[in-house]
Design a protein around this ligand. Structure first.
Ligand code: S3P
Length: 162
């Protein structure tokens, strides 16, 4: 079994993946963490600043390809993974669940966050959110709405789809 969590920045993919993996005795994989390790940079922000977003996207696809044949894993992805056609074939090999969070909630959660280069400018982030929201729906098998839910409640909802 491989479950892939998708959704916008701050939707709680990594937290949910870690809790779910622990509950099921599976391995949690965070795509961004592997990207950072492969990049030789200290952070995702550094990759964006020093190498550019396209290099980040290439690493993202390479990591997705690398883990595509692993089984028994819960994968949390970066919010932009659905934007490249080349990534979608990998997503389709697994069960994909969209963690759907309103922009209002995301904005609150990420108020003091400096780790996400694409959320620094709130107006641009909102545009990105609007551009992506239907794409997450299109490329997911299931949707879990996370607004007003604790991480544990989100995980309870995820369990329904396994
Ligand atoms: C991105 C989301 C980030 C990270 C990178 C780009 C995006 O991951 O991959 O900053 O394009 O939405 P999170 O969704 O885990 O914040």
């Amino acid at each position: 079994m491989k479950i892939i969590l998708i959704g916008f920045m701050g939707s709680g993919k990594t937290t949910a993946a870690n809790i779910l993996a622990k509950k099921l005795g599976l391995e949690a994989i965070e795509v961004d963490q592997l990207i950072q390790e492969r990049s030789g940079r200290r952070s995702i922000s550094d990759i964006f600043t020093l190498d550019g977003e396209e290099h980040f996207r290439d690493l993202e696809t390479a990591v997705l390809r690398e883990i595509s044949n692993l089984d028994n894993t819960i994968v949390s992805t970066g919010g932009g993974i659905v934007m490249k056609n080349r990534n979608r074939a990998f997503l389709k090999k697994s069960k994909v669940i969209f963690l759907k969070t309103s922009f209002k909630v995301l904005e609150k959660r990420l108020r003091d966050d400096n780790s996400r280069p694409l959320f620094k400018d709130k107006i641009k982030a909102k545009k990105l959110f609007n551009r992506r929201k239907n794409i997450y729906e299109k490329w997911s098998d299931h949707i879990v709405i996370t607004d007003k839910k604790s991480a544990a409640e989100v995980v309870m909802n995820l369990l329904k789809y396994l």
